[in-house]
Design a protein around this ligand. Structure first.
Ligand SMILES: [Zn+2]
Length: 423
């Protein structure tokens, strides 16, 4: 059966704002235009939204981790929590994210998310569409290695324990190729690699390049042969440039990018996901959440540099997409569901305004996910939300109660019937 939405439409991809009608059929947008142009198919369910409501594309978090962690104490959480508990918590986090208007998430590393993808697809769990990396690939002493644990605990192929942050450790082209094939074998939609150090890895630093060009090239080749893409954690220029030169299309963080890295991003049509949110959250709540001191100290050190770097990249014309990098929830603050914090930070700190920042959260994030969505155009996946008020103000999107309707793949997955939504 078809679904029809009518009312005030805002489409960041085309910068259209105005009244109109959208027809959804078989999970896709079949038609969109003015009431005069678009007919209502026979037997369609028609949802008419009132003046205060806005119809827009579903939001996308293009870099996040559904792990079920509840504290930053890696030892306690990682080694003493059973996998089933992680899964139960992650289910709650997925629901909260969906209810906040997020129709797709790219999980950049968590085996829990990889398995929950199936639970969401079969309708057992309410959540956004999950596009998952599963096990990320790291060199030994890389950002995905837990430097304080035995390597056999870290590598998912070796470990007797299961925890959500396990990686595939590999050194040398052949091992990297094998790790990529293992990630694909486990069901990865894309391959996640670490090409620099970072703040949440104990003994490296953001400026260290990780994986050699040949190692990156081997992984990219395996991904492409299987019709997949590579998404890299990349904080500073050397590793970032290595990744882009070897065919990585999606890069996260970009904490300290020089002109060469920025120019190359434009030349190669890269999507950059700044993930400003996670630094902001670590600085505000990291200590209370039990994150180690070294992670908080490194975050303090690079925070301002990061914002400057993203500003320069954005002003030069690099495509920016939203991603929070949430990786732990907490009992005190409900982070998952607050994914639009990234929209607010990109607006406030980087100066991305109005349609531009909403485009980052829809069309650009869809590009990072390699998904034909993120815009209210004919032929796109029908991911649509109805918001009470004007989403050009980021505060509106942060208030879950203002998300009145969520349509994912053409199906209604959240509806709050009130004076804004009629039938
Ligand atoms: Zn991440």
């Amino acid at each position: 059966m078809s679904l029809v939405l009518e009312g005030r439409i805002l489409n960041p991809a085309t910068e259209f704002v105005g009244k109109g009608r959208i027809v959804v059929e078989n999970g896709k947008i079949k038609d969109v235009g003015s009431k005069g142009e678009v007919e209502i198919p026979e037997g369609a369910e028609v949802i008419e939204t009132k003046a205060k409501a806005t119809i827009m594309p579903g939001l996308i978090d293009a870099h996040v981790h559904f792990t079920g962690f509840r504290t930053g104490d890696y030892i306690k959480e990682g080694l003493l929590t059973p996998l089933g508990l992680f899964v139960a918590r992650a289910i709650k986090d997925l629901e909260a994210t969906l209810d906040a208007g997020y129709t797709t998430v790219c999980d950049a590393g968590s085996i829990v998310a990889l398995h929950l993808r199936e639970a969401v697809n079969e309708g057992t769990v309410r959540g956004p569409r999950i596009i998952a990396a599963g096990y990320p690939i790291s060199q030994t002493f890389g950002h995905g290695d837990f430097h304080f644990l035995h390597p056999k605990l870290v590598d998912a192929r070796e470990s007797l324990l299961n925890f959500p942050f396990q990686s595939l450790l590999c050194d040398g082209e052949d091992e990297c190729r094998k790790a990529a094939r293992h990630a694909l074998r486990e069901g990865a939609d894309f391959i996640k690699i670490f090409v620099t150090g970072g703040v949440a890895s104990q003994r490296d630093r953001p400026e260290y390049p990780q994986l050699t060009r040949k190692e990156i090239a081997a992984i990219v080749e395996e991904a492409k042969r299987a019709g997949r893409f590579v998404h890299a954690h990349a904080e500073s220029s050397e590793g970032y440039i290595n990744a882009v030169e070897e065919g990585v299309e999606v890069l996260a963080h970009g904490m300290d990018l020089n002109d060469d890295a920025i120019n190359l991003s434009i030349e190669k049509d890269i999507t950059l996901i700044p993930t400003l949110t996670i630094a902001d959250i670590i600085l505000k709540f990291g200590e209370a959440a039990g994150l180690p001191d070294w992670a908080i100290e490194k975050t303090e050190e690079v925070h301002e540099i990061h914002i400057e770097s993203i500003k320069r990249a954005y002003e030069a014309g690099v495509r920016i997409a939203t991603g929070t990098d949430f990786f732990i929830g907490s009992k005190e603050i409900q982070l998952y569901g607050m994914n639009s914090l990234e929209i607010k930070l990109l607006a406030e700190k980087v100066g991305m305004e109005g349609m531009e920042v909403l485009k980052a959260a829809t069309l650009n994030a869809a590009k990072a996910a390699h998904l034909n969505a993120g815009s209210l155009e004919k032929g796109k996946v029908a991911d649509i939300i109805v918001v009470e008020g004007d989403p050009l103000s980021p505060e509106i999107l942060l208030d879950k109660r203002k998300i009145k309707l969520v349509v994912k793949g053409g199906r209604i997955v959240k509806i709050v019937k009130n004076d804004l939504i009629g039938f």
